[in-house]
Design a protein around this ligand. Structure first.
Ligand code: PGA
Ligand code: ZN
Length: 424
């Protein structure tokens, strides 16, 4: 078949949800199929992530322009890929890796590379006349994920006194995905009302969660419990809580800057131990920093049989780092972000390795997003059982949830994961 061959590939500089430049790619196939893929961008970015190429030209977008990455697509990648079939994702991604040659994709930029890799995936699904989740997941895709909705923000995503970056709702007690979204949205609205009554700020952070000025992390958790009750929901039954500490951002030479003093790794682990005793917390992401393997091991030993321990900055969707984590029993789940590694094929490899270890793979957005919904389909395709894509607010977050609502509507064979998402 020749209709699945790439006819043109053209990149452009667009804006993400923070208004920062990011890369989009417009791809056209021989048969006229067209697709635009758009790439997100993080703020609490791990040191081991693939390189996001920025222009560093202070005259444009405060140095954040991506004209270099755009040029790399148009002048290096496009000439090499025109005429290639999009049906062989692995071959396209292999070619992209060869064109770059750097292990961290520093030459062409992971943003340039992923924009192309993801466009190829989307075009392939279209030309094969399948919804993306089905093209990618085949008959095996059978589960709609539990959304992890970030409704309260601290850390690098907000300008307040809360150290934990994200407080999330997991509506595990819902019978369907749309019921889960209703429960979460009603809790989010109840939270807003409570904040207003307390004359606390209701301005939202980058992922749509509120970012009020609070005295402590526990104050944030208490507010969430109040909001659930106000919404008529049972904390611990209808909805459980998940945290992303984003501890890499808290790491200092001597330890972790947490609640006004410097804490050691073991002290933080003790703190988490008390938190999960006092609140219905089911998952903690990045409880420790990206290179603190020793304490990750200790945390897993102490808490790993009680809750999900998710590695984001420590693994960066990289098979070598995930492999090390599995061997050393650090964490029991991996956050999956396409742009941490830079190609669809490498992302799928990371997911396979994670699942093979009996760990959970949680597909995630970035704090800087676009209207692209590829990750919603990816979460379904891999039977991810959980997806992390922000508050039930802001268009770029809602785009992913709306895609999942549409998938649920189109395909009654898919079942909502519910509590199953958190069973070992
Ligand atoms: P980021 O945050 O996209 O800013 O890295 C999300 C996360 O830490 O999970
Ligand atoms: Zn994170």
């Amino acid at each position: 078949m020749t209709k699945d061959r790439i006819k043109t590939l053209q990149a452009m500089e667009i804006l993400d949800s923070r208004g920062n430049p990011t890369v989009a790619v417009h791809l056209e196939l021989e048969d006229g199929t067209q697709i635009i893929s758009r790439i997100p961008s993080g703020a609490s970015t791990g040191a081991h992530e693939a390189v996001e190429l920025r222009d560093n030209d202070p005259a444009r977008f405060g140095g954040k322009g991506v004209l270099g990455a755009v040029k790399n697509v148009n002048e290096v990648i496009a000439p090499a890929l025109v005429g290639q079939s999009v049906s062989d994702q692995a071959a396209v991604d292999q070619r992209l890796l060869e064109l770059d040659g750097d292990p961290r994709k520093a030459k062409l930029g992971a943003n340039a590379i992923l924009a192309v890799s993801q466009a190829v995936l989307g075009a392939a699904a279209q030309v094969h006349a399948e919804p993306l989740y089905r093209y990618l997941g085949g008959l095996n895709a059978s589960v709609l994920p539990v959304p992890l909705l970030n409704v309260l923000n601290g850390g690098a995503h907000a300008d307040n006194n809360v150290d934990i970056q994200e407080f999330m709702l997991a509506p595990v007690g819902a019978a369907s995905f749309h019921e889960a979204m209703r429960m979460a949205q009603e809790s989010y609205q109840a939270l807003k009302k409570i904040l207003q009554e307390k004359t606390l700020r209701t301005a939202v952070g980058d992922e749509g969660g509120f970012a009020p000025d609070l005295d402590s992390n526990r104050a944030a958790l208490d507010l969430l419990i109040q909001a659930l009750e106000r919404a008529g929901l049972q904390p611990g039954q209808d909805i459980v809580l998940a945290l992303d500490v984003a501890a890499t951002e808290l790491k200092r030479e001597a330890g972790y800057a947490f609640e006004g003093s410097i804490k050691t790794g073991p002290q933080l682990i003790d703190y988490y131990h008390r938190l999960i005793r006092d609140y219905p917390i089911i998952s903690i992401e990045d409880g420790l920093a990206e290179d603190d393997w020793e304490n990750w091991q200790l945390m897993t030993e102490r808490l790993g049989d009680q809750i999900q321990l998710v590695g984001d900055d420590i693994f960066v969707t990289n098979v070598d780092r995930i492999q090390k984590g599995i061997e050393e029993a650090c964490a029991n789940a991996v956050l999956i972000k396409l742009n941490q590694i830079g190609t669809v094929s490498e992302t799928l490899q990371a997911i396979r390795l994670t699942h093979h270890a009996g760990w959970k793979a949680i597909v995630s957005h970035r704090s800087g997003e676009t209207e692209d919904t590829t990750i919603a389909d990816l979460a379904v395709a891999i039977n991810g059982t959980q997806i992390k894509t922000g508050a039930p607010a802001r268009g770029e977050r809602i785009a992913k949830y709306n895609r999942l609502l549409a998938i649920e509507q189109m395909d009654p064979t898919l079942e909502y994961a519910g509590w199953e998402a958190f069973r070992p």
